[in-house]
Design a protein around this ligand. Structure first.
Ligand code: B3K
Ligand code: ZN
Length: 898
């Protein structure tokens, strides 16, 4: 293969990282109407031909045509059938510029790819012999030179040609032709009638089996639902397929949105950088979010599969039919689609539990992001590498902003807003402003200030809401004072107030919500209301109250803020037992636990004998013996906050060893003091029959396994027996994994044997091996890191597979702060070594792994210096990917906290 030469080819080399800015957006000069692609698939030399029907957006324009590209060779470049002269185009490190083209023309481009060498898993690559693609955000340019930006929408026809070793050939849209070719190979041609941006392009080819079932939409259209997997996984698709059907029905019923092609295909592959990808009509999934059976997948895996299947399906409207104008608008599709998958899961299972889990994720991870060097607005203003912005903020805070609209409008009016959004923008590439405008235009009666609301999208950081109150019980009055502020974040010193919906109730002595009447109103209103906070300070006076009240504030977590409220421990215990808002019962329990932990951390080392006072013990005991409560809710309420979350709540520099020690101490004390109640509760929640995946059974397993996390620290022999019993004899992975993870926490020869037996049984099931790796990566045992270093060499581990890397290295660095932050710096050096290896071939994965190091200013001086040294060494590395460069530079730009 020879490469054609335009000008400057020889000078092509790695350019300095460029900052892309939101305000620099310009509409495209050139549009692409049709794309015809042909792939001759071969692991080492895949030939790609593209024929692009182009025209100028403005017929009188003069701008040259810009095509993005990777470092693939350019084999042929023709315009309207004639080869382009070398002076008519120029190549640089990011693509091609073409000069003097007619205002409408057909461009033919040919290139050649080496999918087997592609370990970045972006563009066209091979996963266990399966050809697949990942094009979001900017992977298509690694396949073909193209205007690879989300506001260029084209119709694609894709032809795949391969030999019989690749019997299944898939691409976006509907199958229009297929059959044998004269040379013994075969082909398939696909046409996607919906114009789409290049990031939604996909192809898959391989030896796959298909599990399928027909689906009929509410309006009567037939759709074939298909899940493609490797033959050995054929029996593991039922849950994913059933989840897909439920998601489709739900979207029809809730939002009136139906699917639009003849088939909906999902393909599971083992090597994948993220969870899944919503390519039009042809989703590519990480096999972790498809494959399940009770023996190999936990309850949480089952829930995740359902959630991710739904998420990708929902993108068909929120993302694909209506897409993003530019990548700064990423939350337009991601925040909205996360919100939709959250609502779906809430409807399928328990809404309260789902809400608590969402908020827990937000409080532990998104709030941490907002407080660190990578804080950015939901609609960022600039980036170096867009892949670094698939963040908790864009996804989960973005989802909270959509939820704010639903909270302010009520869900029926919100649905009206969604309908207008779809009607107005179907087939377009738009902005988050367009979304907010459509929802608010559909609801002028709501009187929501667009400007004030939109600040949520443009300001980074978590608002702090400080509430205080005065009560005049005799006069039946309760006066609430609200103050909002938002801390500075990188590049944003000063913040303005935002619109905060504050849902609240006032509970009487028996826990019943009182009818709420604000001073000046004529009649008592509902027992719960949503106050709109619009200014830095505001007051509200409630009247006609029956006497003493306890406030239940920010019910259901009605806004993504940090709440500071002077509730006493007695009031928290009261709310934990009596609040009619399940979310706030959970929040109160967590507040009690956190207070005990923070008190322990304040006391001098070795001091503070009892962390669990009688109030906490009674509240715990009451919960464990409560026969009426939802066991899943109790399990969440009684879960200790993570070490990371506790550390985030500390005002000064963090000593992770001390956090670990205090948390373990409280865990041990609760286990000892409540041993009997824990044992009884464990036994009550134990199901006699075989595993079933149902809401009640899942809730019981959660509470049972929560009891086990404490019992593992109980001195009672009976507790230890239970743990071993469960690890050895459970019939399902949920219970096995819960017990194995606890056993693996501490050194024990018998545990090593058990781990070895487990490994022998499951070593050919990579998704199960990931659990096995993660238990060992999370362990507190002193030789944890040494064992992990040995595991890196195990045949079951592979540095090129992102799931294995996340299970071993990711778990160690994120979920094992005790060892990761070892005072001698060994944990940091371990991460440094792995980063140096991984960044060379998979920058996206490297840039995720580095996150725990970025928070260096939060730690005590000894650790801080060690972390900083690693970051400085990384910054000096050559070559360093753009992904890792951006992260490291952000980290180095911060100052220490004290
Ligand atoms: N849209 C993809 C994520 C792509 C990430 C690119 N680095 C999956 C999702 O959010 O549905
Ligand atoms: Zn998504």
């Amino acid at each position: 293969m020879t490469e054609v030469a335009g000008s400057s080819t020889a000078a092509r080399q790695q350019a300095e990282p460029v900052v892309v800015r939101r305000l620099d957006y310009r509409p495209p000069d050139w549009l692409v109407d049709e794309v015809e692609l042909c792939f001759w698939l071969d692991p080492r030399a895949t030939r790609v031909q593209g024929r692009l029907r182009l025209r100028r957006a403005d017929a009188g324009g003069t701008a040259p045509l810009r095509l993005h590209g990777g470092d693939q060779p350019l084999v042929r470049l023709c315009c309207d059938g004639a080869e382009l002269a070398s002076h008519a185009w120029q190549r640089d490190s990011d693509g091609l510029t073409l000069f003097g083209l007619p205002a409408a023309c057909t461009l033919e481009i040919e290139t050649e790819l080496d999918p087997q060498a592609n370990r970045a898993l972006e563009g066209l690559y091979l996963s266990a012999g399966i050809f697949c693609t990942q094009c979001e955000a900017e992977g298509f340019r690694r396949i073909l030179f193209f205007p690879d930006r989300p506001d260029v929408l084209a119709r694609y026809t894709t032809t795949l040609i391969a030999d019989e070793r690749l019997p299944v050939l898939l691409a976006n849209g509907n199958l229009v032709a297929s059959g044998p070719l004269a040379d013994g190979r075969h082909f398939a041609r696909w046409h996607d009638p919906f114009p789409k941006p290049s990031y939604l392009f996909a192809l898959v080819a391989g030896e796959l089996v298909c599990r399928e079932r027909p689906y009929r939409t509410l309006s009567g259209r037939s759709v074939q639902l298909q899940i493609y997997v490797e033959p050995r996984n054929a029996a593991l698709c039922d849950h994913a397929l059933a989840s897909l059907e439920r998601a489709m029905r739900w979207d029809e019923q809730r939002f009136g949105l139906e699917y639009d092609l003849e088939r909906y295909m999902v393909v599971a592959v083992d090597d994948f950088n993220m969870g899944a990808m919503e390519n039009k009509g042809l989703n590519v999934f990480n096999s972790k979010y498809v494959l399940a059976c009770p023996a190999t997948a936990t309850d949480d895996d089952y829930l995740d599969i359902e959630g991710v299947i739904a998420h990708e399906y929902f993108h068909n409207w929120t993302g694909n039919r209506i897409t993003c104008r530019d990548w700064f608008q990423l939350s337009l599709k991601e925040g909205l689609t996360v919100f939709r998958d959250q609502e779906f899961s809430a409807d399928m299972h328990s809404a309260a539990i789902k809400r608590i889990e969402e908020v827990r994720l937000l409080q532990t991870q998104q709030f941490a992001e907002d407080a660190g060097p990578t804080a950015h607005p939901v609609r960022p203003d600039s980036y170096v590498e867009i892949n670094n912005f698939y963040t908790m903020t864009v996804y989960h805070k973005g989802a909270e902003l959509v939820r704010l609209l639903q909270t302010l409008l009520g869900w029926e009016d919100f649905v009206r807003g969604m309908r207008l959004y779809v009607e107005r923008h179907d087939g377009q590439a738009v902005t988050t402003d367009d979304f907010v405008a459509a929802v608010l235009d559909a609801n002028p009666q709501a009187g929501i200030d667009r400007e004030l609301f939109s600040r949520w999208y443009s300001q980074a950081g978590t608002p702090l809401l400080r509430l205080s109150w005065q009560q005049d019980a005799a006069a039946g009055q309760w006066r609430l004072h609200c103050r909002q502020s938002c801390p500075p974040t990188p590049g944003q010193e000063h913040k303005q107030p935002v619109l905060i919906p504050l849902r609240l109730a006032l509970l009487d002595a028996s826990g019943r919500p009182c009818g709420l009447r604000l001073a000046g109103e004529t009649e008592a209103g509902a027992p719960e209301r949503v106050l709109r906070l619009t200014a830095a300070e505001q007051e509200f006076t409630f009247v006609d109250l029956p006497g003493e009240v306890t406030p239940s504030l920010l019910r259901g977590f009605s806004a993504p803020v940090r709440l500071e409220a002077p509730l006493t421990r007695e009031q928290q215990a009261f709310l934990m037992a009596h609040d009619s808002d399940a979310f706030n019962r959970w929040q109160a329990a967590q507040a009690l636990l956190l207070q005990a932990l923070l008190a322990g951390l304040k006391a001098p080392e070795g001091g503070a004998g009892e962390l669990a006072d009688s109030l906490l013990l009674e509240a715990f005991h009451h919960s464990l013996t409560d026969q009426t409560a939802d066991p899943a809710l109790l399990a969440l309420a009684l879960t200790l906050p993570t070490e990371g979350y506790i550390a985030d709540q500390l005002p000064g520099a963090v000593d992770p060893a001390r956090v670990h020690q205090v948390r373990e101490k409280l865990r041990g004390q609760l286990a000892t003091r409540l041993n009997d109640a824990l044992l009884i509760c464990y036994r009550q929640q134990q199901d006699a029959g075989p595993y079933v995946f149902s809401g009640p059974a899942l809730a019981r397993r959660r509470l049972k396994n929560l009891c086990l996390t404490y019992l593992a620290r109980s001195p009672a022999e009976e507790a230890r027996d239970l743990l071993w019993q469960q690890a050895r004899h459970s019939d399902n992975m949920t219970d096995t994994a819960a017990a194995m993870a606890l056993l693996a926490e501490t050194p024990d020869v018998a545990v090593d044997e058990l781990l070895q037996t487990f490994y022998q049984r499951w070593r050919h099931q990579p998704l199960v091996i990931d659990k096995w790796l993660a238990w060992q990566a999370r362990s507190q045992r002193p030789d944890c890191l040494a064992r992990l270093c040995r595991l890196l060499e195990d045949p079951a581990f592979s540095l090129t597979n992102p799931n294995r890397v996340r299970a071993l290295i990711g778990t160690f660095c994120q979920a094992n702060p005790y060892h990761f932050h070892a005072a001698d710096g060994s944990g940091y050096r371990f991460l440094e070594q792995q980063l140096c290896a991984i960044d060379g071939f998979n920058p996206q994965v490297a840039a995720r792994l580095v996150l725990p190091l970025l928070r260096w200013p939060r730690f005590e001086p000894g650790r801080r210096v060690l972390m900083l040294a690693v970051l400085q060494r990384l910054a000096a590395r050559q070559p360093l990917s753009r992904d890792l460069y951006e992260m490291v530079q952000r980290a180095l730009a911060q100052e220490a906290v004290d």
